[in-house]
Design a protein around this ligand. Structure first.
Ligand code: DAT
Ligand code: MG
Length: 169
């Protein structure tokens, strides 16, 4: 009896924890300027992931320096910060089973020349310095990035009507 209860509890926790993984996705200034906001959001929406937060803002260089702090020693860093702060962006939080890894798959490789057709970068851009969208590379960096761009109140808790049609249980 206890074994069955433990199994149910384990299964419940595992399922809940998995489905509530979060990633930080951001449409970069070129994605906004080129009118690709709807198209990029649609990919994540149609896949079945849940939108948790989204805003539209023109980010400061200071914010972008923090966002890309890990890359600060790279030769392309100044150009990256300049490009990313050159216009408004659309930061978002998406949630779902395996969303960090699958989010990167939907985006495609960092360099659009290596991105498979069908991916966002593979279909919609050409050069690494204009690759139209950002996606967290791990759960740890997702949490860091979500906290950098959003506060707790901006993360919306809701249950999509289609939930049981997307997940098995
Ligand atoms: P990703 O955005 O796929 O996580 P990253 O974190 O290595 O890739 O780099 C962040 C961004 O920096 C990337 O989206 C585009 C830019 N970048 C990366 N490598 C570059 C390079 N060799 N030249 C110019 N820009 C580069
Ligand atoms: Mg990265």
């Amino acid at each position: 009896m206890i074994g069955i209860l433990l199994y149910i509890f384990y299964f419940f926790v595992k399922t809940m924890a998995g489905n509530s993984e979060r990633t930080f996705i951001m449409i970069k200034p070129d994605g906004v300027q080129r009118g690709l906001v709807g198209k990029i959001i649609k990919k994540f929406e149609q896949k079945g992931f849940r939108l948790v937060a989204m805003k539209f803002l023109w980010p400061s260089e200071e914010l972008l320096q923090k966002h890309y702090a890990d890359l600060s020693s790279k030769p392309f860093f100044p150009g990256l910060v300049k490009y990313m702060s050159s216009g408004p962006v659309v930061p978002m939080v998406w949630e779902g089973l395996g969303v960090v890894k699958t989010g990167r798959v939907l985006l495609g490789a960092t360099n659009p020349a290596d991105s498979a057709p069908g991916t966002i970068r593979g279909d919609l851009c050409i050069q690494v310095g204009r690759n139209i969208c950002h996606g967290s590379d791990s759960v740890e960096s997702a949490n860091k990035e979500i906290n950098l761009w959003f506060n707790e109140k901006e993360l919306v808790q809701w249950t999509p009507a289609a939930k049981t049609w997307v997940y098995e249980d």
